[in-house]
Design a binder for this molecule. Structure first.
Ligand code: ADP
Ligand code: MG
Length: 353
């Protein structure tokens, strides 16, 4: 299937420069291709090489990854201070595009799993959030939308003697603001309302995903783990305590997939969401009747309720019977306030990095 067969001790050679990368271990596999941990004898160091499938669509997107990441690295972050993965090389090997990155550690989803999905201490949530935000500032300045921000695409920086750190990886779905091509982007749990609803999108979609990630780092479980787009939207409405504002619903392309218009739309007058909205979200039965199949509605595997309740009465944190330290409880108020700025339906009101 258009994947190169990779195995330990295979040498990936950049035939132009003569540099050789010896495969030591396989790190991951995805739709794009494979990632291998390699040894570079010239620099005496490990690096991660992404070997892209030799199909035009994957190749094109990988070329985009190379060009956007080299722009970010060289022009916007020359001194490697902003928590964005470094690209070290790229080349064609047996007709497969290969991209070499600095070797990083586990991703944040793996970290949460190791912690039995109970979430991280607030001090780590704070450190990681600050670092991801630092990367998002640079990306916004560069006009780059990541389009796939999620815990799997944030890696721990290994073995630095200093404090814990993370870096943003995987610009394989990224695009330039104002040159958005695709409408089906972002991983479902982290998909922003404007992408769900089909409304023009900007770097603000990464801030939505970022908010979902921050909540997940603290809670240990995804904030909107919907089994379908409809399910994700229902969870947003429940957790945020209201539906997307009418101005968004009025202009979005996919509103009719999830909502029924029940009131008149007065042009120029902003109708607030809530009972006087001109739109009503469809019931499960209505979705079922339309699609002639049961809507995918996931089981809630963490307590339902509003965002504030989820954050500061979170039972996972107290499983061993201890109460949260008082400082942590006070900080929870600040965390909820922070999250409200990020998981804000209206992209124009959502906080920028
Ligand atoms: P995809 O587009 O398939 O998601 P990624 O670039 O995210 O590709 O890489 C897939 C996985 O490979 C990552 O989730 C991570 O586990 C691993 N990986 C990618 N880059 C690195 C790296 N620089 N260091 C260590 N592991 C990496
Ligand atoms: Mg990825």
């Amino acid at each position: 299937n258009s994947d190169l067969i990779l195995y330990v001790n295979l040498e990936l050679v950049n035939t132009k420069s003569g540099r050789r990368y010896v495969i030591k271990e396989m790190l991951g596999q995805g739709t794009f291709g494979q990632v291998a941990k390699c040894w570079d004898a010239e620099t005496n160091s490990y690096l991660a090489v992404k070997v892209i499938k030799n199909q035009p669509a994957f190749y094109q997107q990988a070329i985009m990854e190379v060009s956007l990441l080299s722009m970010l690295n060289e022009k916007f972050d020359p001194d490697d201070q902003h928590h964005i993965v470094r690209m070290l090389d790229f080349f064609l090997y047996q007709n497969h595009l290969c991209i070499a990155f600095e070797m990083l550690g586990h991703n944040l989803y793996e970290l949460l799993k190791r912690n039995s999905l109970r979430g991280l201490q607030l001090k780590y949530v704070r450190t990681f959030s600050r670092q991801i935000l630092d990367a998002l500032v640079v990306m916004k300045d560069a006009g780059i939308i990541h389009c796939d921000l999620k815990p799997e695409n944030i890696l721990i920086t290994p073995n630095v003697k200093t404090a814990a750190g993370v870096k943003v990886i995987d610009f394989g779905s990224a695009c330039l603001e104002g040159k958005t091509i695709y409408s089906y982007i972002q991983s479902r749990y982290y998909r922003s309302p404007e992408v769900l609803l089909g409304y023009p999108y900007t770097t603000a979609i990464d801030m939505w995903s970022f908010g979902c990630i921050v909540a997940e780092l603290y809670i240990g479980l995804p904030l909107f783990p919907g089994a379908s787009e409809y399910d994700v939207l229902c969870r947003m409405i429940e957790i945020l305590g209201g539906q997307p504002p009418d101005n968004l619903l009025r202009e979005a392309k996919n509103t009719g997939r999830f909502f029924q218009q029940v009131g008149s739309i007065y042009p120029g007058i902003e109708v607030q969401n809530g009972p006087i909205s001109a739109y009503r979200i469809l019931t499960e039965e209505e979705i079922e009747a339309r699609e002639s199949k049961k809507p995918k509605v996931g089981r809630w595997y963490f307590p339902r309720g509003r965002l504030d309740k989820l954050i500061y009465t979170y039972p996972w944190k107290n499983l061993n019977g201890e109460n949260l330290p008082e400082t942590e409880n006070t900080d929870c108020l600040a965390l909820v306030d922070f999250l409200r700025g990020l998981v804000e339906f209206d992209p124009n009101k959502r906080w920028s990095p």
